[in-house]
Ligand binder design. Structure first.
Ligand SMILES: *Cc1c(COP(=O)(O)O)cnc(C)c1O
Length: 362
């Protein structure tokens, strides 16, 4: 038996054990073929079935309407920071960006190369501890889209209420992908890397409205065009075979659990376990994020001082509660509790936090 710790890594991150074991069992020889799935043609019957299943399950579980294309693209979410404006922006149109933290800043940095963009809301002034309210968004004329980051992985800040604006939304959902239902009518494009909720790194799952695909720029290289990938059903070049295969298995695991509604409820319950320890600790633990924007995926918290924080990380490591250190840019602690983090792991952390406070008074 392999040893499995409670891994609170922000990404790549914990995946369902059942999925890892299934993949292991069929890794060397895939379904009687005499070879591994990663050794065979991506145009053959075996991979074709894996590919079609993954697309179908994605549509079914995430309730994706027919007016959206489902695309499997390489380059992670980061490549989408460029690909979105390359395809959607042109002279006379601009894009608004909500700067909610590190990832939104990254998206803006790249978009600047491809078009006219502006900051529709700046979160830096409040230390990226909240998302904007609707009436704080400054949407300019000729706005092609408003770009938002549904969950800031480093800051632990999440849109719990989708912006109500009269321009289409484009959203980076990398770190809360498929953890809740989304209102598709608000979106033109949704993207995210797999490696938080949905699989290994190296691939982005992208949803683009079909009418948008038809109207994308065509003066860019073929790999950069949504229309090329849509026309070839994400088989324009050799697709990321292994991530697609694992994605399919994770979707099956999600479906067996009861689908999106169950996942969404569990995410609420798991994060509430940790926030209630924080809130009932008389200020020993503190979460810098405004209450209405607390993330269900990345729970960030501080201890009374740096020494106690270091001690907390040392002792939690020894208790097999791993990767609780906050991102180096912000410090503190962070528990990433994505879809595959079992409730038992979160309970173990909650109990550890209570005991640590009792044994190490501030
Ligand atoms: C992890 C992450 C990314 C980057 O994903 P890559 O696959 O490494 O490009 C982008 N945005 C958010 C919100 C993330 O959490």
């Amino acid at each position: 038996m392999s040893r499995r710790v409670n891994n609170f890594s922000a990404g790549p991150s914990t995946l369902p054990q059942q999925v890892l074991e299934e993949a292991q069992a069929e890794f060397v020889e895939y379904q009687g073929s005499g070879m591994s799935l990663i050794e065979m043609s991506h145009r053959g019957n075996h991979f074709d079935e894996v590919h079609r299943d993954a697309i179908e399950m994605t549509r079914q579980i995430f309730r994706v309407p027919d007016c959206f294309e489902v695309l499997f693209l390489q380059g992670g979410a980061t490549f989408q920071f460029s690909m979105v404006p390359m395809n959607l922006l042109r002279a006379g149109k601009r894009a608004g960006y909500v700067n909610s933290g590190s990832w939104a800043t990254g998206a803006m940095t790249d978009a600047k190369f491809y078009g006219d963009i502006y900051t529709a809301w700046e979160g830096k002034d409040c230390g990226y501890t909240r998302m904007p309210q609707d009436d704080e968004l400054e949407i300019q004329s000729d706005t092609r889209y408003l770009h938002i980051t549904s969950n800031e992985t480093i800051g632990g800040v999440q849109f719990t209420h989708w912006p109500d604006v009269d321009v289409p939304l484009v959203c980076d959902m990398s770190s809360d992908y498929m953890s809740r239902a989304i209102p598709w009518e608000k979106f033109d494009l949704v993207y995210g890397g797999l490696q938080k909720n949905l699989g290994p790194s190296g691939m982005a799952l992208v949803f683009v409205r079909k009418s948008v695909v038809e109207d994308c720029n065509t003066d860019i290289g073929r790999y950069m065009r949504y229309a090329v990938h849509a026309e070839k059903n994400s088989m324009f070049n050799t697709p990321p075979v292994f991530p697609i295969y694992i994605l399919g298995k994770i979707l099956k695991w999600m479906s067996e659990k009861g689908g999106l509604d169950v996942i969404e409820r569990e995410a609420q319950e798991k994060s509430n376990l940790l926030y209630s320890v924080i809130d009932s600790s008389d200020g020993y633990y503190s979460c810098p994020v405004e209450r209405r924007c607390r993330s269900t995926m990345n729970v960030v918290f501080r201890l009374p001082n740096d020494n106690l924080e270091a001690e907390f990380l040392k002792q939690s490591d020894a208790a097999d509660l791993l990767n609780l250190k906050g991102h180096r840019s912000v410090g503190g602690c962070r528990a990433s509790i994505y879809n595959a983090m079992p409730r038992t792991g979160v309970t173990a952390l909650a109990e550890f936090m209570v005991a640590f406070r009792d044994n190490n008074p501030g």
